[in-house]
Design a protein around this ligand. Sequence first.
Ligand code: SF4
Length: 408
Amino acid sequence: MTEQNSATRRFSQTVDVGGIGIGGSNPIRIQSMTNTDTADIEATVKQIKELGEAGSELVRITVNTKEAAAAVDIIKELLARDGVEVPIIGDFHYNGHILLRDFPSCASFLDKYRINPGNMGRNANFRQMIEIAIQNEKPVRIGVNWGSVDQHLLTRLMDKNARLPVPKDAHEVLLDVVVESALQSARMAEEFGLAHNKIILSVKLSSVPDVVKANQILAGLCDYPLHIGLTEAGMGLQGIIASTAALTTLLSEGIGDTIRVSLTPAPGEDRATEVRICQHILQSLGIRAFTPSVSACPGCGRTTSTFFMEMTEEVNQSIAQQMKRWKTEYPGVESLKVAVMGCVVNGPGESKYADIGISLPGTGENPKAPVFIDGELHTTLSGPTIVQDFIKILENYVRQKFAQSKPS
Ligand code: SF4
């Protein structure tokens, strides 16, 4: 994985979460959350491993019951036994102060506490959670969600707005409430003694324009690292596109230090899909690279056979299979650009632009497929073994280009 571009990032403090730096000049981190019952230790450990293996750099788990709190240290120990070092965040609502107080090992094994001021209030319970964080030297994320916004603050800001000579639109006041709720809670946590660099903030809403606006406001008012994402994004294409739209807008403005795509999985769908979407978003924006990218044209009337689609799929599958080994043997391979193009119209141009590309013959064209490497014609393939031949050339290229220079 390589960091490609963080020149336009908003300045933020660095917060250490279980050895992973968040904010500052650290890479924009990918987070995810389990959907297992945390008290089901086996299922939770399994899913954390899957998420970590997919590339989640932090994993959040629900800590909502005594049983869940009691499971945390065992989960951490099992992960450590298997060499899984991903930091674990406890997601607390309503009773977090009680669980952290009654289960000191939970408080000490978690790497960060997520606190929702909307359902904790900014009262003695909140103070208790902050004091436990201080005792255990843990950072917190103060995460405000639209769906559980602080009702007292909402009433107060609505009343204040109503007294203005020209009141704001009620919708704007709601955005102010989520931002103000996060900032007030952070200020209060610092008054209780939590260090400035132990706080991460998030404001999550379910509408793209709202989540963008709220984060733009928040980003201009503080230097806490921001965890960004659309909440309740939904399922399938809808959730992916809405999350991508929100994250892309914010990241392009340099806003966001950690991201999550809160996708509702289809029954039986791999939970790690949300991690891969985050990776695709960061890679598409040129912010980080995780795996070689394969450009392929959409196909048109010039590609009446399915051959080029099948070839694109096979090249993708081959790369996915090799990546585990490539990542360790060939550092930097993540930034490799491959092109699989359908015909002569854009094929040679796009293939020359990639590190390695093939321009397949479209319908009625000469059945030859030129392969380009670093912008130059390398060879021409034809016949039934085009796919295997190209994959072989690709593997050789990776070996030559990314092999670590051995000490003499
Ligand atoms: S490269 Fe050729 S096959 Fe692919 S979309 Fe363009 S014209 Fe169609």
